[in-house]
Design a protein around this ligand. Sequence first.
Ligand code: ARG
Length: 459
Amino acid sequence: QQNKLWGGRFSESTDAFVQEFTASVGFDRRMYRQDIQGSQAHATMLAEAGVLTNDERDAIIQGLDEIRAEIEAGEFQWSVALEDVHMNIEARLTDKIGITGKKLHTGRSRNDQVATDIRLWLRDEIELIDGEMTRLMTGLLDLAEREAATIMPGFTHLQTAQPVTFGHHLLAWFEMLKRDRERLRDCRKRVNRMPLGAAALAGTTYPIIRERTCELLGFDGVCENSLDAVSDRDFAIEFCALTALCVTHLSRISEELVLWTSAQFNFIDLPDRFCTGSSIMPQKKNPDVPELVRGKTGRVNGHLIALLTLMKSQPLAYNKDNQEDKEPLYDAVDTLAGCLRAFADMIPALEPNREVMREAARRGFATATDLADYLVRKGIAFRDSHEIVGKAVAHGVDQKKDLSDMSLSELRQFSDQIDEDVFEVLTLEGSVSARNHIGGTAPDQVRAAVARGRDAISG
Ligand code: ARG
């Protein structure tokens, strides 16, 4: 079958391989709903502008409704000869309603049509992704509240640093996602602008009413310049950039989950339903979900680079290069949505091994800074107290003893400023509770941060 929609000036048919090579219907049919939605709004506006009669408009809208149903019933015959989703649907409309179908494309080009479709499609996907992000964030807040007073070691350089609460650690993850959701919502503002009306590149001679189409499609406004409207894909690049950041955050969380589920850490258990086994080693239970999410970072970073490179040096206005925008964008959307969904399901099911976490904090001299601060309160300069506590730790390493396991006289070898009240400071609970300011790890601060987080996500 030959493409009849632009055949007028051609004297031979398209090379069979070129036809396949240049076609996009294999993937862009994914936007069939948005393509129909855009066409129906365009026809409605054309009738109001007096370009179509009301009968023509009604036939077009009704025909497109039927086509949507055919596609959804799996009855639609997609044709590579018809190149892309736009011409497949338009050709079918003309089959169904005759010559009126050919009037739909009045005052429009596939260039503004495709740019509009992608924006409508991405806007719908952003809505779904926003929902999954919010579900994950809610799960983190609930878990953080439950674990507000659970002690674990906090790390720097992956070495035990100071005790923190597990709730506080979870809220660090929450903060990352909160910013990701802000970026998503900010990106949506620039996605939600309407290219339709730009036509091929210069606008159209018909008396179109862009504001009306804009309103019908729920766009926040029109793209101001027709050349820019059909050619730029910066909104898709922005989406890929925020996706790369978000999946990077998820990969950091994943890395911690992988470490923590290992026998060597044993901080948490993941329920079996989020893990898989080994076909050879019967004892294995592998944290596949976090590992896979960690691995997905590679492909989304790749999509960002692909789109940046696609756009680089493209002259105005539309170029066929831009057909290459879709697959990376689609995959970025699918990957982000999948990672968020897996995490939103899994995070509430984490089971912390509280005793193991606490013991790990106790063993790592995690309260050494607290002892140094204690000596400062007794009048010793911080640099001197740092030195004193360093010696006490060296003694502990030598004797295989934590600071809190030493007797008062043992501790007093290092400074006679140390009294009985030191043991309060050396407890893990004392250490975390003392960090009692906004952003600190104290259980009360974690609970307050959870409350603020709940306000933030309902906004
Ligand atoms: N399939 C094309 C794309 O994805 C639609 C626009 C085609 N326009 C053109 N002048 N060839 O970009």
